[in-house]
Design a protein around this ligand. Structure first.
Ligand code: NAD
Length: 493
């Protein structure tokens, strides 16, 4: 199967193009071939998006929203199929695949509701017989660059607010996971979205992403991916005066205080650390635990880790799927040596799984380090795999300091029965998302999603906050006095 770009309501012909193989990380099987586009392909898509945007912006917002209702309806009807495709190309277990598709469905209906809101503001004018208001205006053509770990949800966080606000878009999915984007192109077409509103260009970040950042017609770049790539995008976007929204890496921690419900904490850690094989931006990779409960927590966590089943995520009994590719496997494994050399103690895992079906896929054993100090590389750098470090502290204040002592600021969590501590934690933990008595993952689509420091640049995906990325404020004055009225001059207050 050849996946080609979707531009101006059509799929490009498969003809004489460059392709890369899409592999199932669980089995190594080739699933499809994906087009590797050039700067010319980006130009063609940007031109189509620009031409379409003029008329799209004039479509009333509730009508634009009606397409989102239809997209949501089709996604719902096709949920199981989409989840299966997602699990095959990305590897997350099928239950999580279904959850991710549901997130996209929820986003469609939620953003469709915005079609009847998109609230602006009215305010009195300082002059008589004059009306003043500010409205959210669409920006134009927006560029979306997304990672492989959430092949569909993140794209819906970006494209649906862009659509309802009156923009058209060009989406570059990750090369590892283009099949969900291809599925979405079919849904956009079936929902009757006018040609040129949604455009998908496949290819390498270095080529397609760079061409998007340099294209004069693309006014916004909304990016989710690693902090390393985000930095490059910020630099190039800055030079080209793009509005750039960055959602990047994380080094998220669960804090377990001495008064915590330990079984609940263990469940939260298991889900946050080993769900999606640790490849979530919100994955828990540090457990900051009070010295009084460290041994007990460690014991219970190790016992539960033994029950984790590892394998192909299409099998409903599997809890931990593969990691995305061999490169990721090697990167994760390199941290085991780093951790040991720094003096951390390996309690479980620390190996690439081999033998039988493991040989065909990319499987890493759920891994637990203890006696980790906050400054070690394994406690500072994003490993992006099923590896957790236990860091002991002697107070709540020390826990907060350790939590905040990394370059990232996406998600954090604390388990405690003390209501005052919970409220202090939500104030003092320097992350964009804070959970009390729940793990570090589990965002809901109607709240803003994003982080502080090295995780973001102040923008947010999801929630109404996403509209801030895809709209510009326009101030409108209507003078019905029939005479020249000069602000600051013709009025004395
Ligand atoms: N904060 C969040 O919302 C969030 C959500 C999911 C994932 N992430 C992060 O994403 C990372 C994992 O995803 P990944 O490995 O796909 O990240 P990545 O940075 O390697 O790639 C992300 C996207 O950027 C593109 N890209 C790569 N180089 C580029 C360049 N020079 N110019 C333009 N585009 C370029 C890629 O092709 C891909 O589409 C992790 O760091 C994870 O924490 C963050």
């Amino acid at each position: 199967m050849k996946l080609t770009n979707y531009v101006n309501g059509k799929w490009q012909d498969a003809g004489n193009r460059k392709y890369a193989a899409v592999l199932n990380p669980a089995t190594g099987e080739e699933l499809a071939q994906v087009q590797m586009s050039s700067a010319e392909d980006v130009d063609e898509a940007a031109k189509a998006a620009k031409a379409a945007q003029k008329s799209w912006a004039k479509v009333p917002a509730p009508k634009r929203a009606s397409y989102l209702y239809e997209i949501g309806r089709i996604m719902k009807e096709r949920k199981e199929h989409l989840a299966q495709v997602l699990t095959k190309e990305m590897g997350k277990v099928i239950e999580e695949g279904r959850g991710e598709v549901q997130e996209g469905i929820d986003m469609a209906f939620y953003m469709a509701g915005e079609g009847r809101r998109l609230f602006g503001e009215t305010t009195p004018s300082e002059l008589a017989d004059k009306f003043a208001m500010s409205i959210r205006a669409p920006i134009g053509v927006v560029g979306l660059i997304t990672p492989w770990n959430f092949p569909v949800a993140i794209a819906t966080w970006k494209s649906f607010p862009a659509i309802v606000a009156g923009n058209t878009f060009l989406w570059k999915p990750a090369t590892e996971t283009p099949m969900m984007a291809y599925e979405m192109s079919k849904i956009f077409a079936e929902a009757g979205l006018p040609d040129g509103v949604a455009n998908i260009v496949f290819g390498a970040g270095s080529e397609v992403g760079t061409a998007m950042l340099e294209h004069p017609d693309i006014r916004v770049i909304s990016f989710t991916g690693s902090t390393e790539t985000g930095r490059k995008i910020a630099e190039l976007g800055g030079r080209n005066l793009k509005k750039v929204s960055l959602e990047m890496g994380g080094k998220n921690a669960v804090i377990v205080m001495e008064d915590a419900d330990l079984d609940l904490a263990v469940e939260g850690i298991l889900w946050s650390a080993f769900g999606t094989a640790g490849q979530r931006c919100t994955a828990c990779s540090r457990v900051i635990v009070h010295e009084q409960v460290k041994e007990e927590l460690q014991k219970r966590l190790l016992a539960k880790m033994e029950s984790l089943t590892i394998g192909d995520g299409l099998d409903e009994s599997i809890k931990v799927g593969p990691v995305i590719n061999k490169e990721a496997l090697e990167k994760i494994h390199s941290y085991i040596e780093i951790g040991k050399q720094e003096g951390a103690v390996l309690l479980a895992g620390g190996e690439i799984l081999t033998g039988g079906h493991f040989d065909k896929g990319n499987y890493y054993a759920p891994t637990l380090f203890t006696d980790v100090s906050a400054s070690m590389r394994i406690a500072q750098e994003e490993i992006f795999g099923p590896v957790v470090s236990i860091i002991e502290v002697d107070s709540f204040e020390a826990a907060v300091e350790v939590n905040n002592g990394v370059i990232y600021g996406l998600s954090s969590s604390i388990y405690t029965q003390d209501i005052n501590r919970a409220f202090i934690a939500q104030r003092d933990l320097d992350t964009g998302i804070v959970y009390i008595n729940a793990g570090t993952s589990g965002a809901e689509i109607h709240l803003p999603f994003g982080g502080t420091k090295g995780t973001g640049n102040g923008h947010r995906d999801s929630g109404v906050a996403a509209l801030d990325v895809f709209t510009e404020w326009k101030s409108v004055y209507v003078d019905f006095s029939g005479k020249l009225q000069r602000a600051q001059i013709d009025n004395e207050i």
